[in-house]
Design a protein around this ligand. Structure first.
Ligand SMILES: [Zn+2]
Length: 168
């Protein structure tokens, strides 16, 4: 998977979307400090381009983004991870992979956050894992985590496929 191909795949799978309303940004109900912090930080950037600064801001708090917020930010996040800036910073891609390969006790939460992605959008994440699996640095850094995330995403994609038509 080449970064050029992945960028095209992401651009065609994700229609442009505005940042969701403030109340629909956080994943957790009230009382989560990180959700409150993230909500305010995102709100202060409403209407501005989703750039590297914004991705860096939220990369450690991905578990506090709602399904709507994930759907909004995902194409920007994946595209950002293909830039030289992200290659240099590294943390953003790393945290995304950790979020995509959750431990059993967190799987239901991640499935909830991924509930608005269609199968094509899930495949963009799978393609991103393929890209990392062939990346000079990442393939050596945490191949097991990339595999774990890929397996989890594969399972989500299979669950999205409609059941075969019944023979009649
Ligand atoms: Zn939270």
């Amino acid at each position: 998977m080449r970064s050029e191909d992945l960028l095209i795949e992401v651009a065609s799978a994700f229609p442009p979307m505005e940042m969701p309303p403030e109340a629909e940004l956080p994943f957790h109900a009230s009382g989560c400090f990180q959700c409150e912090w993230l909500k305010e930080a995102l709100e202060s950037r409403r209407g501005k381009p989703v750039d590297g600064d914004l991705i860096r801001l939220l990369h450690q708090e991905l578990s506090c983004l709602s399904a709507k917020a994930w759907r909004w930010v995902a194409p920007h996040y994946i595209s950002y991870c293909l830039t030289p800036e992200a290659d240099y910073n590294q943390m953003e891609a790393e945290y995304l992979v950790y979020n995509l390969g959750p431990e059993d006790k967190f799987k239901a939460d991640v499935l909830n956050r991924f509930s608005l992605f269609d199968s094509r959008q899930i495949r963009c994440f799978i393609s991103f894992m393929e890209y990392l699996a062939n990346h000079e640095y990442w393939s050596d850094y945490f191949p097991e985590d990339i595999r774990k995330a890929t397996d989890f995403l594969d399972a989500i994609e299979r669950s999205r496929e409609s059941p075969p038509p019944s023979a009649s």
